[in-house]
Write a protein that binds this ligand. Structure first.
Ligand SMILES: CC(C)[C@H](C(=O)O)[C@@H](O)C(=O)O
Ligand code: SF4
Length: 762
């Protein structure tokens, strides 16, 4: 009798279907079905391929676009990137992607293509993102695509190169976490409020080490757009990825999309497979969180971390109410940065700017939701006179659809700016930025210090709440626009909206000892595989000054701000490290930040006493800048996963120790004592006769670091296993092979695609 199959989660099932090779120590080579590429995190990866003479393994599974650097001003006079983009580094990065897609033969949506937009918007829009797939991009918000029931996660640039070269990634399986939201959402509560509430509840490190499955009646009732907004911010909850099991809503969204399986036999086969993608009854989740829908109020952030969430009816917290001194200091620091007084009612906070867009909320339903609020404010209602409000559709197709529905007219009449697609003020790598001190109600996903512009202050809200803030000039409970009672929206006339449900666009519309490394045949792998282009990634023993850092949730925006992401190189970023903390944004002068002071200006190690180091963006520029500064080891209570992987790809050692051990080592650091980190002996030696502190590093990674091994070289030794997997994939999931756009814009089948792929834009 065959052994009974243990119940599996959705994540387990998709993972199992993508295993190319599994090592005994749990490191697994998984196949990647879908790879999205943008201009910021790819130049160094393409350079790596070029230097090693490697082609892109699966151009048919790769889709590229420009989004972060593009200006959002009118493209009426657009001729080409080189003449249109004024800022030299932004221009160079976009031009570099255009050269790379030509050289490597990739499908690309450029600025003259109406399909161009934010990667996480265009993938789903085209049907490129499909259930049951693995989907990656050099971008943390790749979690968005999990809304389709796919394992979708952000990677660093070294991993981008790995996927381009091998179509695989070396991964360890994450834990299973399930967040169930059951019940009925209150009027005015949208998917953004749900995910903000979840992050406020579990914290920005709540999902660390996990893939979250969102379950329960609330997510089942959500549209695909709403599910994408939720999965998008899984990364802000610290998770590797977020996912929702595919269902009728998913299938209805995908039917007829250019790159989705074709109607008929192909579709039927795909749908039959997709229907198996649910967590089995009794499947084991390592962590379960249950939330009542009725407890969620329209939400807003007050501080500089996405977990700083309060209901809009609430107030700015009072640091005095925190007993833990570190937490109190953190709140004080946030309030100082945000220019807020404790106990101020959220609704009293005036805003200068409103930004509606980003990969969280730049979809058609988001624009509809905001437009309804504007309409509800009255036919002559205008954006508050002191507010600058901008709408940035997530893609050219979203913009086109909104214009077809007349939403642009609603916004423009009320005084909003109506712009072209891109990331825009979510990150401000283009000219759309906050000035120092400016306050913004933003539908984006990160409220880190300086995120939308040095010194800028961000409050995260839903699209409906952003529209309400634009109209009243301050943070506003959007339910006031729903109310049947007299207007309380700061003098704006209100229209009654017929049904609260109608107002919500999120609902579904009717519509230790290292293992010897062995190859396939069990023969030992060579000590050093051929190297790619990354600098040396070897780490053995490191002795030097350690800088103490007493901050929790050190995000990668803080480690290296956006303006330094425009480089085409991996080097020259030492001065960029902690730039906002090391340089006064107003005067440009050096501050007294620890790394500016002797002896710490020569630090080789950072000892951080706060948890969750390296959270946020997937930018590998963070470890590049640390290495360039001379830091080759960071010790902290915990790390965000992408940062950890990125670090080890660059010979930078992330060591997790208990909070007490970190505090104790930080005391040595404060005293200017040197530490000696020994990876061979797995110990940190201290001066003054203090006992050494032991640490653990996952065996395979330790082996690679000690020997300076290159992942790509190792993987390419498994090329036969990859080929065997690809053959099985073509037989089992044929709809995943080969695409190109035919004359009508639709998918060309694999067979024809191989002969004549009609590539786009270039
Ligand atoms: C540029 C990219 C690395 C980054 C990310 O990974 O998130 C960006 O999209 C962001 O939102 O900060
Ligand atoms: S989070 Fe912002 S900058 Fe990053 S991909 Fe999304 S829209 Fe672009």
């Amino acid at each position: 009798m065959p052994a009974p199959v243990a119940p599996r989660t959705l994540y387990d099932k998709i993972w199992d279907d993508h295993v190319v090779n599994q090592q005994d120590d749990g490191n697994t080579l998984i196949y990647i079905d879908r790879h999205l590429v943008h201009e910021v995190t790819s130049p160094q990866a393409f350079e790596g391929l070029r230097n090693a003479g490697r082609p892109v393994r699966r151009p048919d599974c790769t889709l590229a676009t420009v989004d972060h650097n593009v200006p959002t001003t009118s493209r009426k006079n657009f001729k080409n990137v080189k003449s249109f983009i004024e800022e030299p580094e932004s221009r160079d990065q976009c031009a570099a992607l255009e050269d790379n897609v030509k050289e490597f033969g990739l499908t690309y949506f450029g600025m003259s293509d109406r399909r161009q937009g934010i990667v996480h918007i265009i993938g789903p829009e085209q049907g490129f993102t499909l259930p049951g797939t693995t989907c990656v991009c050099g971008d943390s918000h790749t979690s968005t695509h999990g809304a389709f029931g796919s394992i979708a996660f952000g990677i660093g640039t070294s991993e981008v190169e790995h996927v381009l070269a091998t179509q695989t990634l070396l991964q360890r399986k994450s834990k299973n976490m399930r967040i169930t939201v059951d019940g009925e959402l209150l009027d005015g509560v949208t998917s953004k409020d749900v995910i903000l509430h979840i992050i406020g509840t579990i914290g920005t490190a709540g999902g660390t080490g996990c893939v979250i499955e969102y379950a329960g009646s609330v997510f089942r009732g959500f549209s695909m757009e709403a599910r994408m907004s939720v999965c998008n911010m899984s990364i802000e909850a610290g998770a590797r990825a977020g996912m929702v099991a595919p269902d009728e809503v998913t299938f209805a969204y995908l039917r007829g999309r250019p790159l989705a399986p074709k109607a008929g036999e192909e579709w039927d086969r795909a749908e039959a497979y997709w229907r198996t993608l649910t967590s089995d009854e009794g499947a084991k989740f390592d962590i379960e969180v249950k939330i009542r829908a009725e407890d969620i109020i329209p939400s807003v952030t007050w501080g500089t971390s996405p977990q700083d969430v309060v209901p809009i009816t609430g107030s700015v917290p009072d640091p005095a109410s925190f007993t833990d001194p570190a937490k109190r200091a953190g709140v004080e620091r946030s309030l100082k940065y945000m220019g807020l007084e404790p106990n101020t009612r959220m609704e009293e906070i005036k805003v200068d700017k409103v930004f509606l867009g980003s990969c969280t909320n730049g979809r058609i339903e988001d624009l509809r939701s905001a437009a309804k609020v504007v309409i509800a404010a009255g036919p002559d209602a205008k954006v508050a006179s002191h507010v600058h409000a901008m709408i940035v559709p997530g893609s050219g197709l979203v913009k086109q659809q909104a214009e077809a529905e007349g939403l642009d007219v609603v916004f423009k009449r009320a005084g909003f700016e109506w712009r072209e697609a891109g990331c825009s003020m979510c990150l401000g790598m283009n000219p759309d930025q906050l000035a120092p001190g400016e306050r913004c109600a933003s539908t984006s996903n990160r409220n880190f210090e300086g995120r939308q512009g040095a010194g800028g202050r961000t409050h995260l809200v839903s699209p409906a709440m952003a529209a309400a803030a634009a109209m009243t000039g301050r943070l506003t409970d959007v339910r006031k626009f729903l109310s049947t009672s007299p207007a309380t929206t700061g003098g704006t006339t209100q229209l009654k909206i017929s049904s609260a449900l109608d107002f919500l666009t999120d609902r579904v519309e009717a519509s230790p000892a290292p293992q010897p490394l062995v190859d396939e045949a069990g023969a030992p792998l060579p000590e050093a595989a051929p190297t790619s282009t990354a600098g040396s990634n070897q780490f053995t023993i490191l002795k030097g000054i350690a800088a103490p850092l007493h901050i929790a949730n050190v995000d990668t925006d803080m480690i290296i701000p956006k303006q330094f992401l425009k480089t085409l190189k991996r080097t020259g970023l030492g001065n960029a490290l902690f730039h906002t903390l090391r340089t006064d944004p107003r005067t440009g002068e050096s501050t007294d930040f620890i790394l500016n002071r002797a002896p710490y200006d020569k630090s080789k190690i950072i000892v951080c006493t706060g948890a969750n180091f390296g959270c946020g963006s997937s930018r590998e520029h963070a470890p590049w800048s640390l290495c360039d500064f001379g830091i080759r080891c960071v010790i902290a209570p915990s790390f965000a996963e992408i940062f950890k992987t990125n670090s080890m790809q660059n010979g930078l050692l992330p060591i997790s120790l208990s909070e007490a051990e970190c505090k104790s080592l930080a005391e040595d650091a404060e005293a200017g004592l040197e530490l000696e980190v020994d990876l061979e002996k797995n110990e940190i030696r201290r001066e003054g006769g203090k006992p050494a502190v032991g640490f653990e590093i996952e065996a395979f990674r330790r082996h690679c670091l000690l020997n300076g091994l290159d992942d790509i070289g190792l993987t390419l030794q498994r090329v036969e296993a990859i080929e065997r997997f690809e053959q099985r994939r073509s037989e089992t999931w044929p709809w995943l092979d080969g695409f190109g756009y035919g004359k009508g814009g639709g998918k060309i089948p694999a067979s024809a695609a191989k002969k004549s792929v009609k590539r786009t834009d270039w």
